[in-house]
Ligand binder design. Sequence first.
Ligand code: PEP
Ligand code: MG
Length: 326
Amino acid sequence: FEQKIHKEHALPAQTFDGETVHLRANLALDEEIDAARHSGAEGVGLYRTEFMFMNRENAPSEEEHYRSAKALLQRWAPYPVRIRTFDLGSDKQCPSLSTGEVEANPAMGLRSMRLALRRREEFLAQLRGLLRAALHGPLQIMLPLVSGLEELAAGREAFNEARAQLVDQGMPHAAHVSVGVMIEVPSAAVIADLLARHVDFMSIGSNDLIQYTLAIDRENDDVNYLYEPLHPAILRMIKLTCDAGAKAGIPVSLCGEMAADPRYTWVLVGLGLRELSMQASAIPVVKNIIRSSSLDEMEALAAAVLESETGDHARRLVLDQISERF
Ligand code: PEP
Ligand code: MG
């Protein structure tokens, strides 16, 4: 099995019946790049920039954002690199952006895009750096935790301001850059059709989407037995988002932990996903599953699972099918 997987390294993640799924790497630290580059990943589907802000007094400068993104693009050429703007706050606090206020409900508080819009200077520095770096390759910029069109519009406005600043400085930058949103708040999944009209791509953040949809704190041991990726509400939201992307003609990815679990590969591809982004070490196994399956059987399982009334039932269907075939 190990040897078979090794041989598939350079081959596409393609089903028997010719459907291709793009498998990309989730990255946060530059030390991970070498291993990820050898995993067979087709580019980066999620670069978490939070770590650039951690363990230091000041936020990174425009220049640091520029250099980091440019280096990533050069390292991954010709593949795309999708960089997420800082997703700080809540469980990811850093000294330079902390307000010092204690929030009663940090997961629902000043985090991600909300924090970026409040800390405009640091956000604009990141956007300027990224717009400059986009001259060096297929850079995609992803906005986290968008809950509605207003937040997306505010993000777009920040892009315009960053661009105007670069023009003023006479600094070369990309005239167009691909901009997308994460779908990780239930409201965003429900209005994915509306969001899809205004973005170049969408990426489902299943970790947060599950947390917010099922109202369970990811970190709370007393309730995490309820954390069920195959809950009917989650499956329907993934389906809604895939359908909205297909209708608008834009790609939809999934970049939460679900993507790295080979037991879910059939369901995710069957629901319509053609891009999955995961920790690089999971790519060979997920690729092997896809290469050993047909789209027909994956769609049949997804259709059956969508009929399940409970997560338990869906889980039994999925595990039975996967253990029978693998
Ligand atoms: C997610 O929520 O699924 C996600 C990819 O973002 P993070 O885990 O960084 O919150
Ligand atoms: Mg998230």
